[in-house]
Design a binder for this molecule. Sequence first.
Ligand code: PLP
Length: 371
Amino acid sequence: MDTSASVESWLVAAGRNSTPGSPLNVPLYPASNFVLGGQRAYARGDSTPGWEALEEIVGGLDGGSSLLFASGMAAVAAVFEQLPTGSVIALPDDCYQGATGLARAGERRGRWTVKRLATTDTAGWIKMCEVADLIWLESPSNPLLNVADVDIICAAPRKRGAILGVDNTFATPLNQRPLALGADVAVQSATKFIGGHSDLLGGVVSVRDANLLAGLQEARDLAGATPGTLEAFLAVRGVRTLAIRLERAQSNAMVLAEKLSRHPNVSLTRYPGLASHPTYEAARRQLKGFGTIISFDVRGGAAAADAVCRGLKLIQHATSLGAVESTIERRACIHGQEHLPPSLLRLSVGIEAVDDLWADLDRVLRQPIPA
Ligand SMILES: Cc1ncc(COP(=O)(O)O)c(C=O)c1O
């Protein structure tokens, strides 16, 4: 990324074709096959201009080279694929269930061993850096929003050949740049903030090392984990407004988190921007903004939390996050998340008017708790 350009301008200007007479936007690029003798022969291995537009934009934001994948999980899997058999993976105990499931499945098949650590156990992570082949951080974490000491952990000496990866989905490169903090790999589910409209699946990996980039490219090619044509187009269209969407949703989230934390029917509000959050200091140090996700516990247990989800009108009862519309779900319902507090609701705050969002929440939180 041109360091003189601000992030907001880069998001709008990057990934375009400036040849006179060409369309301003890289058009939909439906191509699997190319006339032989040129730069590309077959899209799975040789890419398409549609994917490369998004890769240029995100690579610039992350400060590395990026590859677009079919989904966030395809991107995570390509990173895990880099590990030799017999590796040790260090994984946070509060981590997206897909990454946990992938690690566990590989362990069952004898591919690697998995060690789990608390996101906040910085001393443990530093020790792990000396023995693990993959140090996997997710910060802020899903759904407890714990912020790891990414800067401190990245600075610790690592085992030779080890990869330190950060799932940066919740922060986005606008709030945190893992490669600049010393990570080898930054991963995002492009399904979330990059796309921003709940209409695509995608994932992006950014790295600085050319060998790692080649390994990831090979993994994408061999697994066929390539993005769809329309999805790449939509992701570029979506990412153009990332800065403005994030700014608005983040400011909404701060207001709602403060109000939720004072609400009589909410027993606990987790938001990295609240001084009461256990990792508030790490968040202040490392994140440019506190993000758009809030987790809160409703008084009255699972039944009360389900009633909140059912009663909301503006906020959609749906999974996922990072879109223009606010969504909410009870996370303990999700397979692999049963260990979470039964009344924990994860709210992804969108760009609606904050007063309307609060009116919706306050109305359902005040309704009688179901027996
Ligand atoms: C933190 C995190 N990482 C990765 C993923 C996986 O992304 P995708 O659903 O695009 O495969 C998700 C999905 O929810 C996520 O929340």
